[in-house]
Design a protein around this ligand. Structure first.
Ligand code: GDP
Ligand code: MN
Length: 388
């Protein structure tokens, strides 16, 4: 389960010299910011933060996207806070809103029901559109076509440690596809049926886990037994016709040795308000088919599927732990959740990046290994670089 500890090393411990690091080539990459005009203040906060801690040395371009039109105040103000290239784009209705194959009336009713049930953002139609856009469309936007990599930025976030190397280049050299800083548990009521579809996708395409899928499933009970009918968690078996389509649909009390042996989503997901990833993974045939199947289920309307569990379950089905990078050295906060690598003993560790499989100095390497083996991410103790 502890994928990052087993398979992943931080790219750098302590500060590197950004003025040396930025001498290298730039990746073909951009920041992607989806926002509305009214979020200008929060956007400025985020741009100031990422400029101060990273982009003043690296000058990566920004792409701002909006389903509406950015006004001139928004555009002019944003450009005052960076000297990097900035583009502003509007999202075409084909990427935002109800597709023509949905019954918008039914979808709106589904959304209203979620509002009544007080599901977080459940009753807010625009939020559903946003999640679907970030799940299946942003990487196809014409302003992003030219890019290979993106770094997602949201309004009102905060970086609090300097990022003194180019994470895109390090991702590329380490052959990584997807990077995260925080993984959390999803609110169950927003995704009651997401896992049925994700696991059906995996089954339908005969995909064997490459080791990441396990991050998203609850450990199966050692001696699985059907729950008694009076157990509050008991779910009655589905009718046979439905079981043929979704053999795992009944929940944990139905252990079916021919299919999923009671696999169950543990609600874990990479928190997608921060992401650094390769766009070509999203553009792949496999991801497209995954998104399409999830989309056709109606879960973006009849439930409130977030793009975070969508990206995560797609990664679980298609990627391996070694494709994922955990940026445990990034100090990052969004709303009330943060990842803080400050106060790290690793400040005393050697500063060389961890990329090389072998270093000439075996002793150093062993020290690093021992350090990371004993490091406990739960304690929010890790590498740190001028955190403030
Ligand atoms: P939270 O982080 O889940 O609480 O959701 P946010 O309100 O921060 O929304 C996630 C991202 O989508 C942010 O970058 C928002 O600016 C953006 N966003 C959300 N809804 C809309 C919308 O209706 N239009 C546009 N243009 N952006 C939106
Ligand atoms: Mn947000």
């Amino acid at each position: 389960r502890k994928i990052s500890e087993q398979h992943d090393r931080v790219f750098a411990t302590g500060c590197l010299d950004p003025h040396t690091q930025n001498k290298g080539e730039r990746a073909n990459a951009a920041f992607v910011v989806l926002a509305r005009n009214k979020e200008l203040e929060g956007v400025i906060q985020s741009v100031k933060s990422i400029e101060r801690h990273f982009n003043r040395w690296f000058h990566y371009p920004y792409v701002f996207l909006n389903d509406g039109e950015f006004n001139s105040t928004f555009k002019e103000t944003v450009m005052n806070y960076t000297s990097a290239p900035v583009e502003f784009g509007q999202i075409d209705p084909s990427m935002w809103g109800f597709p023509e194959w949905t019954d918008a009336k039914v979808a709106k009713e589904g959304i209203a029901v979620q509002g009544d049930a007080a599901i977080m953002y459940g009753g807010m139609e625009s939020y559903h559109h946003m999640c679907r856009f970030y799940s299946g469309f942003f990487y196809k936007h014409k302003l992003l076509e030219k890019y290979e990599w993106y770094w997602r930025l949201e309004p009102e976030i905060k970086y609090f440690c300097d990022i003194t190397y180019d994470p895109f280049q390090y991702m590329a050299s380490a052959n990584k596809t997807y990077g995260f800083t925080i993984a959390v548990k999803e609110l169950k009521e927003t995704v009651p049926n997401i896992f049925r579809y994700a696991s059906a996708y995996k089954r339908k395409n005969n995909l064997q886990s490459k080791g990441l899928w396990e991050m998203f499933i609850e450990s199966p009970p050692e001696d699985p037994k059907p729950l008694p009918k009076d157990d509050p968690k008991y779910k009655p078996p589905l009718p046979d016709e439905l079981r043929k389509i979704e053999p795992n649909a009944g929940g944990v009390n139905e252990v079916d040795p021919e299919t999923m042996e009671g696999e169950k989503y543990n609600m874990c997901h990479f928190w997608s308000n921060f992401e650094i990833a390769r766009l070509d993974w999203f553009r792949s045939k496999e991801y497209e088919e995954f998104f399409d199947m999830m989309d056709r289920s109606g879960g973006f309307w009849m439930e409130r599927w977030g793009d975070a569990p969508i990206h995560s379950l797609a990664a679980g089905a298609l990627l391996s732990p070694s494709d994922i990078h955990y940026f445990r050295d990034f100090g990052y906060r969004h709303t009330t959740i943060q990842h803080c690598p400050a106060n790290a003993p690793s400040r005393q560790l050697p500063r060389e990046p961890f990329l090389e499989k072998t270093t000439s100095d075996e002793k150093k390497r062993r020290e690093e290994d021992e350090y990371w083996e004993s490091w406990d991410p739960e304690k929010e103790n890790g590498v740190g670089c001028r955190c403030r």
